[in-house]
Design a binder for this molecule. Structure first.
Ligand code: FEO
Length: 177
């Protein structure tokens, strides 16, 4: 059984993951308005990643016999000055999520809940990739600068990103990991 404190913290994290999905939908919309369809695709794949992160937590709460408390999702930033600003905002957001997961680990340690500590390890590892994905693209967009052809090349590269659901393993296959 989860402690009330952990249950509340996981519910807060679900809200953050769903906000992330919302934020990246807004970024996809911004790129669509600029006809940067490859970046739209990249962000749409990212929204699927975030949806998975949220539902993995939801399935975990179900497995623990705990209720999910879905809270209101805040409206995300909709407009940006440039593609560089979008990817910087995304990178900073991922750093925020990493800190939030780290805080969850701290709570699970204080509450001495080994099952939550073990479960959270997937997210700790996942956040390394989440930050790296944004950081790499941010640096490439920075290098492209004001060069239209360089940005178009990055857009073409971003069009190739596909969503690959993590393999279902362990006693919680519905959660996908
Ligand atoms: Fe769910 Fe991008 O962290």
């Amino acid at each position: 059984m989860l402690s009330p404190k952990l249950q509340e913290a996981i519910n807060d994290q679900i809200n953050k993951e769903l906000f992330s999905e919302y934020l990246y939908l807004a970024m996809a919309d911004f790129f669509a308005a600029q006809n940067l369809d490859g970046f739209v695709n990249w962000m749409m794949v990212q929204t699927q990643e975030e949806h998975f992160h949220a539902t993995k937590f939801i399935n975990f709460l179900h497995d623990k016999g705990a209720r999910v408390a879905l809270k209101a999702i805040a409206a995300p930033q909709a407009d940006f000055k440039s593609p560089e600003e979008v990817f910087r905002a995304g990178f900073e957001h991922e750093q925020f999520v990493t800190a939030s997961i780290s805080n969850l680990v701290d709570i699970a340690e204080k509450e001495k809940d080994r099952s939550v500590q073990t479960f959270l390890q997937w997210y700790v590892t996942e956040q390394i990739e989440e930050e790296a994905n944004f950081d790499k693209l941010l640096n490439k967009v920075k290098m492209a600068g004001a060069s239209g052809p360089a940005l178009m090349m990055l857009d073409t590269e971003a069009a190739k990103r596909v969503y690959t659901p993590p393999p279902a393993t362990g006693a919680n296959p519905g959660a996908g990991a």
